[in-house]
Design a protein around this ligand. Structure first.
Ligand code: SF4
Length: 192
């Protein structure tokens, strides 16, 4: 059985998720296959992606697609984009309505096999601190994003596109002025 089927059938975190404020069940969002042009190493699905079963099917995804310069059809075509998050399931909300971090056990169980299955796409986006720490070792998101030229055009460290980072975007205007045009050019090039 391919690892994608194994992950889709995983219910390892059922008790953990039942104990969250959202009290939901595991629903792994598995969205990758070999041969994609772009790997998105992300955090975990949000509630809306949990409900629809499609990664980044929410306002964060709208912003991410704008950053990438692609539309939804392009983004959700698994020959173009492979999404391998640190947690394949929505982790839930805490008592204050905040997002719970992805359970570490998910990356321990699945990440190596999932990345092996996805292959080695020519462009990788490392989104947020959890994915960046896993792939690159401990570091600060802002430092890594600011230093994008060190890894481009193959690897891009990005902040999470959540509305929670809107203040970060205003504070760092170079991201939209310099980083995003270069990112869009790299994405267009690999999809051409
Ligand atoms: S988060 Fe990962 S380990 Fe937990 S149930 Fe979902 S697929 Fe399994």
């Amino acid at each position: 059985m391919p690892v994608t089927d194994d992950i889709a059938a995983c219910r390892h975190c059922a008790d953990r998720f039942a104990a969250t404020a959202s009290g939901h069940r595991p629903r792994p969002v598995v969205w990758f296959r070999p041969g994609a042009r772009i790997l998105i190493a992300s955090q975990a699905p949000g509630m809306r992606a949990h409900l629809s079963g499609k990664p980044f099917d929410d306002p964060s995804g709208v912003r991410l697609r704008d950053w990438m310069g692609v539309d939804g059809d392009t983004f959700w075509d698994r020959d173009n984009v492979a999404v391998v998050p640190m947690g394949f399931c929505f982790p839930g909300y805490d008592a204050k309505g905040g997002d719970i971090p992805p359970p570490k056990v998910c990356a321990a169980k699945w990440r190596i096999a999932a990345l092996d299955h996805a292959g080695d796409p020519p462009v990788t986006l490392l989104i947020g601190g959890y994915a960046q720490d896993w792939h690159l070792g401990r570091g600060r998101v802002t430092d890594r994003v600011r230093d994008w030229r060190a890894l481009a055009p193959r690897t891009w460290c990005l902040p999470h596109p959540s509305w929670r980072n809107t203040a970060w975007l205003k504070k760092h205007p170079w991201f939209e002025a310099e980083t995003l045009p270069a990112l869009r050019a790299a994405i267009a090039d690999t999809l051409a």
